[in-house]
Write a new protein. Structure first.
Length: 130
């Protein structure tokens, strides 16, 4: 009977393990060093065009934004924003609730409305809505 020699660890395995360890260390360091942007303002787009830029604020404020199907009522409070009324049939933009972090979006399809929170230091294109 032939004796089978078991070999559990090969040199190629070592190369693969080192590659994965280095890769995950690199990802971890990039995630930890990612800048946290502070939300400063919101941008309101209607039909793909920037209509309003409003600073976030602690005080309660309301704004009406005119759209093709009537408009939406936007509420600002405690550096957050939400839509409180809309003329769209299902009112999905109202159901999305509060947003406050840079990059957060409220999207109303029938209204053709996008509300985006923008933070300090953001200078690259995130979304294109048409």
């Amino acid at each position: 009977m032939e004796k089978i020699k078991a070999r559990y660890f090969r040199m190629g395995d070592l190369v693969i393990y080192i590659f994965f360890i280095c890769f995950f260390i690199y990802l971890g360091l990039n995630i930890l060093q990612k800048e946290n942007f502070k939300a400063t303002k919101i941008e309101i787009y209607v039909n793909g065009k920037l209509k309003f830029v409003q600073k976030l604020q602690k005080e309660q404020k309301y704004m009406f934004v005119d759209t093709d199907i009537g408009g939406v009522e936007v509420e600002f409070l405690d550096n957050k924003v939400r839509v409180i009324s809309s003329n769209s049939p299902k009112k999905l933009i109202v159901k999305q609730g509060w947003i406050q972090n840079p990059g957060d979006l409220l999207i109303g399809i029938p209204d053709k409305t996008v509300i985006k929170v923008v933070g300090e230091g953001e200078d690259e294109l995130d979304y294109v809505a048409r």
